[in-house]
Design a protein around this ligand. Structure first.
Ligand code: ATP
Length: 320
């Protein structure tokens, strides 16, 4: 292995920069030339490829977003685009590629691997929706953004005896809602993986208020529905429920990555390079029970992440 490249793709997440830094510095440490590809697979097809040095990744470990930028690339969804990408990498003499992104980006890496390019996937997405890893890069920061917002909402809510419906990201995966809900003592956590009954939610809120609870937080993953609709549905059931809605949106993707995300990204980035050197390809890097792991990317993109029922039940037990 002489030359590798790194790209970030799909939705950006905090910690992608720390991962890029780790890939670049680990490669150089091992005597391998490393190239950056700007704007994901689109940049690959546009040959937006440039050499990176130790210094090109200086002062980025603390920054959100990605210095390599990200993009969605329709052309790469087609076999002709994928072949073109593999040909371009060969032209540059690049024999290994590290792809940092979510599920879609992993699919792209899988296709390149089948075309003979050595690929490694790093889980870069705030949603934590990738299987065969306990955590994705960006998830911890996104959860901390939500918890910070809820802390602020609590201050104003208890002054006015109100409820808050907080809509967070997660179309198919409720992990942000679950972990932020547990950490912020939410009364109700609605996630796409679990059925729920709004009658019961509304009754519980009413009873809790009657028993002296001064505020309540209902955290809703976007895959369940709009926060506005949930708030209206609760009010329709009990007119006394005065639920204000906060949609956190893209601020969940912003901000300086937490130490946990920076360290996860650093460990995974270095691991990906070492495994490429060892000859591995078509693999996704992850962390399971604290150990770094390698799984066939084909298996990862074809498995649905198991929902963490134990944590969900814990949150329920503590939300009285
Ligand atoms: P996030 O989960 O944060 O949205 P993602 O990586 O899943 O991130 P996508 O937009 O789904 O984001 O994928 C990023 C890019 O990966 C796409 O624009 C496309 O270029 C490529 N890609 C996605 N799916 C495939 C596929 N099935 N085959 C080849 N390339 C793909």
């Amino acid at each position: 292995l002489k030359k590798i490249a790194v790209l970030t793709s799909g939705g950006d997440s905090q910690g992608m920069n720390a991962a890029v830094r780790a890939v670049v510095r680990s490669a150089i440490y091992h005597g391998i030339d490393v190239f950056g590809i700007q704007r994901g697979y689109q940049g690959l097809l546009n040959q937006d490829i440039f050499p990176m040095t130790i210094r090109s990744v200086g002062d980025i470990i603390q920054r959100g977003g990605t210095i390599l930028q990200s993009a969605r690339c329709l052309e790469f969804l087609k076999p002709a685009g994928q072949q073109k990408g593999a040909d371009i990498l060969r032209e540059y003499g690049i024999d290994g590629l590290v792809v940092i992104g979510g599920d879609g980006s992993y699919n792209g890496a899988n296709k390149l691997s089948k075309l003979g390019i050595k690929t490694m996937g790093l889980p870069g997405t705030i949603d934590n929706d990738i299987s065969f890893t306990d955590y994705t890069i960006g998830f911890d920061t996104a959860v901390s953004v939500v918890v910070d917002a809820i802390n602020k909402l609590r201050d104003t809510m208890s002054s006015h005896e109100r409820s808050s419906v907080v809509e967070v990201m997660g179309r198919h995966c409720g992990d942000i809602a679950l972990h932020a809900g547990l950490a912020s003592g939410a009364e109700t956590i609605l996630v796409p993986e679990m059925p729920f009954d709004l009658d019961e939610v509304a009754d519980r809120m009413k009873d809790n208020f009657a028993r002296g609870k001064r505020h309540s937080i209902i955290i809703v993953a976007e895959g369940v529905g709009k926060g506005e609709d949930i708030a209206q549905a609760l009010k329709d059931r009990h007119a006394s429920i005065d639920a204000r809605v906060t949609v956190l949106g893209h601020i969940q993707r912003g901000g300086s990555p937490t130490p946990a995300d920076r360290n996860l990204a650093s460990r995974l980035g270095d691991f990906a390079v070492r495994k490429l050197i060892e000859g591995e390809s078509g693999k996704a890097c992850g962390i399971i029970n604290g150990e770094l792991t390698l799984t066939d990317i084909d298996l990862v993109v074809n498995s649905k992440k198991e929902f963490d029922l134990e944590t969900y039940n814990l949150a329920l037990r503590l939300s009285q």
